[in-house]
Design a protein around this ligand. Structure first.
Ligand SMILES: *Cc1c(COP(=O)(O)O)cnc(C)c1O
Length: 403
């Protein structure tokens, strides 16, 4: 949210330090380290003149609980700092963050470009509600910049990017997409959830808007839903902020508190999850039942070279494709046999997870444009905080059932 001097000492510190040391001041004579939880719908003014003087659209003061409290403003500032941006608005989920960007920036007659590996609810929003509002969506192949370039026309207003893509994990050439979009005057928005704000710096590569499902790694507890939309440009922030106010997206103080508490350990948890993910991927890659490991750190993952060039490391979310002769029933039985890995979608917490994606069952394809080279069942894994050896032993006993 609010401005802060880009060149202050605090901003030169590493993200891990900034997540622990921040500008919150506890009430006098109280030495607690964490931000207070403020609950408010009503926010009062000293007198009518003060009420009239308040600019509702400015982040510099308080008007109404829906538009910010000391707790929500503190979290927004810290997310902006995490992402390397200057302004941030918070919304009740990651999907709400995607919806906010779309609704703030698109109108009837506009064209939206989505990558083929987009988070699927984003595609659902585009093909239902946005379509009803007269907004046209075109799907592009994130690994084919020529097709993206050809898809940009005079009505194109927004290009969404995911790096890596949901489920299938391709890493696009983000700086090249940003250059292309700028040439045509089209805004770019990226879903930075996988990289958790720590492994990838989209603003440094020319991206305009960074969206993050804070539900995942920042929360880390599998118990809070929240999303953020971060920007560097004040005019763009004002458009997003105005839409945010008009749509009435509010977030609760308790959820903010849990998120703030999670942030202090974000880097440690991400490192643990990423390292364990690499250990699991290595074990899986050596198994004859596994046809492909879709992990950005693996050379056969499309865009591996861009990941190596642009990312600071690996998160713990990746997928595999089982060999084509393993049926969906056999794959389901293997997943059911896992004891430590739980079956569930929302990752980023302490528990390791496995989710099968039907879309990639032999004959099907997760692609609507371009080709899909695999035949087998796709399984997405999330590496949690358990011991890596225990997780590998769990995979071992479950994979034994595939024989
Ligand atoms: C989970 C997720 C979202 C949506 O977040 P919610 O808070 O569950 O709505 C968006 N994008 C990606 C990549 C995600 O993993």
């Amino acid at each position: 949210m609010s401005d802060h001097d880009e060149h202050s000492d605090a901003d030169r510190r590493k993200a891990a330090t900034r997540l622990v040391h921040h500008d919150y001041e506890a009430p006098k004579n109280f030495g607690g380290l964490n931000v207070g939880i403020h609950h408010a719908s009503t926010v009062t003014f000293a007198n009518v003149a003060a009420m009239r003087a308040r600019d509702w659209k400015s982040d510099s003061g308080y008007t109404y609980g829906l538009h910010g409290t000391p707790t929500t403003f503190t979290l927004a500032r810290r997310i902006a700092s995490l992402e390397g941006g200057r302004y941030c608005v918070l919304v009740p989920s990651g999907l709400a963050a995607i919806a906010l960007v779309d609704l703030a920036l698109l109108k009837s007659g506009d064209r939206l470009l989505l990558p083929d590996n987009v988070y699927n609810p984003s595609r659902e929003l585009a093909t239902t509600l946005l379509s009803d509002f007269g907004i046209e969506t075109h799907t592009y192949d994130p690994m084919d910049l020529e097709s993206l370039s050809a898809a940009i026309d005079s009505r194109t207003r927004l290009i969404w990017i995911e790096a890596p893509g949901s489920v299938t994990m391709e890493v696009p050439d983000v700086p090249a997409i940003a250059v292309l979009a700028k040439r045509y005057g089209v805004l770019t928005a990226i879903d930075n959830t996988w990289a958790a704000g720590l492994l990838f710096r989209p603003f440094d590569h020319g991206i305009d808007i960074v969206m993050h499902a804070l539900t995942k790694y920042p929360s880390g507890g599998s118990d809070v839903l929240m999303g953020s939309v971060t920007t560097r440009d004040p005019m763009l922030h004002q458009r997003l902020k105005a839409a945010h106010m008009r749509l009435g997206f509010g977030i609760g103080g308790d959820d903010c508190y849990l998120m703030l508490r999670g942030l202090a350990t974000l880097e440690l948890r991400l490192k643990r999850s990423g390292d364990t993910g690499l250990a699991l991927a290595q074990w899986l890659a050596a198994r004859p039942e596994v046809a492909a490991v879709l992990h950005p750190a693996y050379p056969d993952c499309p865009g591996h070279e861009f990941w190596k060039r642009d990312f600071a490391g690996a998160a713990g979310l990746f997928s595999i494709v089982l060999s084509g002769d393993i049926s969906e029933e056999e794959s389901d039985a293997m997943i059911d046999a896992l004891r430590l890995f739980r079956i569930g979608y929302s990752w980023g917490g302490a528990h390791s997870l496995a989710v099968p994606y039907r879309v990639a069952v032999a004959g099907g394809t997760p692609r609507t444009v371009g080709g899909w080279p695999h035949r087998g069942v796709l399984v997405r894994f999330y590496a949690g905080m358990e011991d890596a050896g225990d997780l590998i032993a769990d995979l071992g006993q479950a994979f034994d059932r595939l024989r």
